[in-house]
Design a protein around this ligand. Structure first.
Ligand code: ADP
Length: 748
């Protein structure tokens, strides 16, 4: 193991630093990934790690509930739901006497740094424990339970908190560990219910978790294409029952075959009375006079395999928590490590817990405006978007409505349909007439354009593929005249281009030919949709989360297929020259090596890797996984690498290669891709609306930068791109290479 430094105790004895880790409160998918990352990062840095079983109770009980962990103790847990080191709701830890025993047990092992993964309860308990630590030590010395030198060597408890909670209810992080996987479970259930509900023209009421937080309810309602949602932060005003039923009726009249209402378990009315799913069912059955069923999803939401996001983000969080704790001094601030805008962020633990509790307090005292404000602007924005998507308050365009055409181009990306649906419904709701162009720029050239109404896009949310059709071709110069004629004939006032690199190139071409073809001088906005995640102006593109989940599922299966033998896998991902899918699926799938075009592949690395691999299989390793981007190296192909391993592996292990291929483009879009498509499209329609209202015709490409959805001018599109390899010059996720190395294996 090549280590640049060994983390040692600052007491001057040269003893390694000791970190404790525990999971507490409600379990959440992704906790295991975080534990694995803390353990491996700490070991990579030369520290010792102790797993504390069964949460705070294990710390109080001591003995074999606190176990030194080695590298292999966290092998094969990345893909498991729940928490393998156990969790517990410990009453004893709420008492000072319990915390005294906990402090004693930690000190006996020389542990004065702990990572806790839990909800706001667990984190406030942690804060209290830290504040009391000096007093607990003094008492232990006084009672003669520990020696004064031990107390002197560990004067403070250094802590880092990670938020594990499926509710996504903690202020200070965009996503809590487990929330994305819970959304996967809920949206899968809604998709399944929608197909049976539509067959019988039935209504369903679905109850989801969330006592004080409507995140899961609201986001699953948007991602599931549902009709109505009830959340604690935004209770409906009196008379909501009639309004809800009127909305459901309008939805049916406009083309829906089913109605699905999502109720958060903590939903309430303005007077603070709970709204139960059974009550909602009765209202619908009575008013709509139709068969209505309730499905309470319950603990299924906590279970199952963690999503790709819950694996890579939790790995990154665990890595960061370990790094922060190893660098901590007694004066360091106690932080919660969260993820904000695709970056790690640390905020004071006390502040995070205080603000989180404030939301619940606001709901209790019926200050709903403040509760929504504390949830943040994108939560409020999504509430508004949901209403527009769900309710066909406006289905006929006025005579003076402007005409916006939607066109897809580039490779297929899951979520294109979701984006087109959002564009049609939001466009209509905002007063425009929406047109669909069939078959990309080919279709635009040939005039394959038709008007789309509210009902046309019913059911598109969950469908992978692209109903409008998509072509890779970029317009040739001799197409431009026909395209311009077609835009004129169909009186297209604005263009919404949803797609990948070729879509962007096409939009750029039309933009630069505006002088020659006046009909190109119309507001134009590009929305990034590509599994490759290689587009300018957006840190993520629609479809890449789905592709990543497909890859991770495939990797899980491959690993299982090889578990009975000694086997090395070389897995090839798509991505063109962008290594996003390879690196992130490597991180989320637990790969030992990742090969990217951004880094290139050197023969010296391969030779070193093989030497390590032979040693490691000889010492008992059973599985090795390398993930390789399809263009990582022109000559060291996937086939070459597999053959090289086979030749060099001899009898030690066998080798399989797996090119995952087009299934990466084919999945039903994940909740994240559906929500992201909806949010970006809403922004794009707003931009087009503003341009049309102002009588101007700027061109933009939209995207997510950090936490913000924004837009950049088309004219400057190519300035931020590596044109030879068709990827952005600046790629944020490359920072995760260090994380991958720390948790992956010992040859780095
Ligand atoms: P969550 O962490 O998921 O919010 P809980 O609120 O049940 O779950 O907290 C988990 C555990 O954290 C509790 O069982 C208890 O051991 C500890 N804990 C919570 N709040 C406190 C507190 N105020 N003081 C001490 N320990 C606490």
């Amino acid at each position: 193991m090549a280590l640049d430094h060994h983390a040692t105790d600052r007491s001057g004895h040269g003893a390694p630093l000791r970190i404790g880790i525990l999971t507490s409160g409600g379990d959440a998918q992704g906790m295991n990934a975080a534990v694995r990352a803390v353990v491996r990062t700490a070991i990579s840095r030369g520290a010792e790690v102790y797993a504390i079983y069964e949460g705070y109770q294990g710390m109080i009980d001591g003995g074999d509930r606190i176990r030194r962990f080695g590298w292999e103790d966290v092998g094969s847990i990345l893909n498991k739901g729940g928490t393998t080191i156990g969790t517990f709701r410990s009453k004893e830890f709420r008492e000072r006497s319990g915390r005294l025993r906990a402090a004693r047990n930690l000190l006996l092992l020389g542990i004065d740094r702990i990572v806790v993964i839990g909800g706001d309860g667990s984190l406030s308990g942690l804060d209290l424990f830290r504040a009391e630590w000096p007093g607990l030590l003094a008492e232990l010395v006084e009672n003669g339970e520990i020696a004064p030198q031990i107390a002197e060597a560990h004067p403070t408890l250094m802590i880092a908190g990670l938020v594990g909670s499926i509710d996504n209810d903690l202020v200070g992080t965009d996503m809590t560990i487990g929330a994305d996987s819970a959304l996967h479970r809920i949206v899968d259930a809604i998709d399944a219910l929608a197909s049976t509900a539509a067959s019988h023209q039935r209504s369903f009421v679905v109850e989801v978790m969330g006592r004080h937080c409507g995140y899961l309810a609201l986001m699953s309602a948007i991602a599931g294409g549902c009709d109505y949602v009830l959340i604690p932060e935004h209770p409906p005003a009196d008379g909501w029952e009639d309004r809800m039923c009127a909305e459901l009726r309008r939805g049916r009249a406009a083309g829906r075959r089913d109605s699905i209402v999502i109720v958060a378990e903590g939903a309430r009315d303005r007077a603070g009375n709970p709204i139960t799913s059974e009550y909602v069912r009765q209202v619908i059955e009575r008013e709509l006079d139709e068969d209505t069923r309730v499905t309470i999803l319950g603990h299924v939401q906590r279970g199952g395999v963690p999503s790709a996001f819950d694996r890579w983000a939790s790995t990154w969080l665990g890595y960061t928590a370990a790094e922060e704790l190893l660098a901590a001094t007694p004066d360091s601030e106690a932080n919660v490590i969260g993820i904000r805008g695709n970056r790690m962020s640390a905020i004071p633990l006390v502040e995070a817990v205080r603000q989180t509790r404030e939301v619940a307090a606001c709901i209790e005292r019926a200050d709903y405006e403040e509760a929504m404000a504390l949830r943040g602007s994108s939560f409020t924005e999504m509430t508004k978007i949901f209403r527009e998507l769900a309710e066909p308050s406006r289905v006929d365009a006025s005579d003076c409505a402007k005409r916006i055409a939607i066109v897809h181009a580039g490779g297929l990306a899951p979520g294109m349909n979701t984006a087109a649906r959002a564009a049609v419904r939001l466009g209509i709701s905002r007063g425009h007439t929406m047109l669909g162009v069939r078959n990309g720029f080919h279709g635009l050239r040939d005039g394959e354009i038709e008007e789309m109404d509210w009902g046309t896009v019913e059911g598109w949310t969950a469908d992978g593929g692209a109903e409008l059709g998509v072509r890779r071709s970029v317009p040739k110069l001799d197409w431009l005249y026909s395209i311009s004629r077609s835009l004129e004939e169909h009186r297209v006032d604005a263009l919404l281009v949803i797609g990948g690199w070729n879509a962007y190139e096409s939009a750029h071409l039309l933009y630069s030919e505006r002088e020659r073809y006046p009909s190109f001088t119309i507001p134009t906005v590009c929305v990034p949709a590509s599994i490759d995640n290689n587009l300018p102006g957006s840190e993520l593109s629609i479809g890449c989360d789905t592709a990543l989940n497909v890859l991770v599922e495939a990797i899980d299966r491959l690993k299982l297929s090889g578990s009975a033998t000694k086997r090395a896998f070389v897995v090839e991902t798509m991505g063109r020259y962008c290594g996003y899918l390879a690196l992130m699926s490597g991180l989320a799938g637990g790969a030992e090596r990742v090969y990217l075009h951004e880094d290139g592949v050197q023969i010296t690395d391969l030779v070193r890797d093989i030497a390590w691999l032979r040693e490691s299989f000889a010492a008992g390793r059973r599985l090795f996984l390398a993930v390789r981007n399809e263009n990582a190296s022109e000559n060291y192909t996937t086939d070459f690498m597999a053959r090289l391993l086979r030749e060099e592996g001899g009898d030690l292990f066998d080798v399989r290669q797996a090119v995952i291929g087009h299934i990466q483009q084919g999945g039903s879009p994940t909740p994240f891709d559906r929500l992201f498509a909806t949010r970006l499209t809403s922004h794009a329609i707003n931009l087009l609306g503003d341009e049309l209202a102002a009588g101007t015709s700027k061109g933009y490409y939209v995207g997510l930068m950090g936490s913000k959805v924004g837009a950049s001018p088309i004219a400057h599109m190519m300035e931020h791109m590596d044109k030879e390899f068709r990827r952005p010059l600046d790629q944020w996720w490359l920072a995760l290479r260090d994380v991958s190395k720390a948790v992956a294996g010992e040859a780095h």
